[in-house]
Design a protein around this ligand. Structure first.
Ligand code: 5GP
Length: 118
């Protein structure tokens, strides 16, 4: 399903299996697959199957679906053996470098991560 939030993105095509992705976990409402350009030893994108442009719009429209995204990130962290810790990041807008306007959580871990910011 697709929320009325503008044009299609790459992630709808991954959800529809029109483009291949290394899917690590899936629920009725979310899908998790490896980032094509990993920024950490483990770098998985967690995506709600319904599209919102960013995490704030998702939170306002469907807080339960946001909770599903976070829960899926936690499950993937478990599956990936990230017991030593991990980070969940939602890039939002240009200054954060958001390039895909279908909200997604970056799950990062598997090594000691660097500091936030620039
Ligand atoms: P953003 O910058 O919007 O927060 O994150 C988009 C992410 O999608 C980037 O980390 C980028 O590497 C990843 N990405 C872009 N194209 C593809 C693709 O075709 N497949 C996968 N698996 N990841 C992609």
């Amino acid at each position: 399903t697709t929320a009325d939030n503008g044009s299609e993105t790459l992630f709808e095509r991954i959800i529809a299996r029109e483009i291949p992705a290394d899917i690590v976990y899936e629920t009725d409402t979310t899908i998790a697959f490896r980032d094509i350009k990993p920024q950490a030893a483990t770098h998985v994108l967690v995506v709600p199957k319904t599209r919102y442009r960013n995490v704030a719009e998702l939170a306002a429209a469907d807080p339960r679906l946001l909770a599903d995204v976070i829960a899926t990130a936690g499950k993937v962290a478990e599956l990936e053996g990230l017991g030593n810790g991990y980070r969940v990041v939602f890039n939002t807008g240009a200054d954060a470098g958001q390039t895909v306007f279908h909200v997604h959580a970056h799950l990062l871990g598997g090594e000691q991560l660097g500091p936030f910011g620039r």
